[in-house]
Design a protein around this ligand. Sequence first.
Ligand SMILES: [Zn+2]
Length: 283
Amino acid sequence: MRPHRYLTLSLSLMIASLIWILLGGYSGSAGPIVYFFNVGQGDAAFIRNAAGYNILIDGGPDSLVLKKLGLILPFWERRLDYLILSHPHDDHLLGLIEISRRYQIGQVIRPDYSPSNYQIELFSRLNSGRETKITAPDKIILGPGCYLEFFQPDLAANPNEDLNGISLLSKLSCHGANFLFTGDAGKTQEGKLLEEKADLKATVIKIGHHGSKTASGADFLAAVGAKAAFISVGKDNKYGHPASEILARLEDLGIKIFRTDEPADWRILFNNSQYYIKKLLLD
Ligand SMILES: [Zn+2]
């Protein structure tokens, strides 16, 4: 290769890295970084921690998540250690299928549940021919002092196969940073977790079921004790999410609300128990 080609290549790499850092690249943060992507009416959150683990929780309803992930990850990063599916509804699952076709996936994690209809086929497509382990663990370790804990659904309490009701909740705990992801879990599931005295305490929460009034009971929110809440929701969606009573409840509890339908993508940087929230526009 000629010297000027070396120079051009090095400059291109430098510019690409600079753009990546300006867009919110994850270098330099002591704690985990969580992104909430605006994927319309659906959910997609990405976690990167200091040990270098890449985790995607839900993928939204279409391929938009690919673009968002492509904007925050450097182009050489083609591996996701964990893909987590909260539950097999299209607005959480379909984007994960797109991701699994284009990224190398370490492990797929989903609720401990055997779907009995078309979701079986969708689940199998998540593998897209690769040897991907699909499991329903209670906890995964993400390096020293950092882990994701899962709250498995109670299937006995959900005999009607309400797929929202089988949502896998997950809680990220990393050096004093705590973040609770709730999928589309409703009040029945929240009540069960309260009864079990699950450790739900978290500084930041992803509000259940796009802010629907079927979730986010006052006692549940009180047990979590979050200071900031993210609502992943499509602009002018047909469901009327988020419900005005849930917004009022959060305000009454003094919880700051961040919504993806502003429109906005969000980045939360943790440094021990402190956190910094920044609005991004990943377009
Ligand atoms: Zn949903």
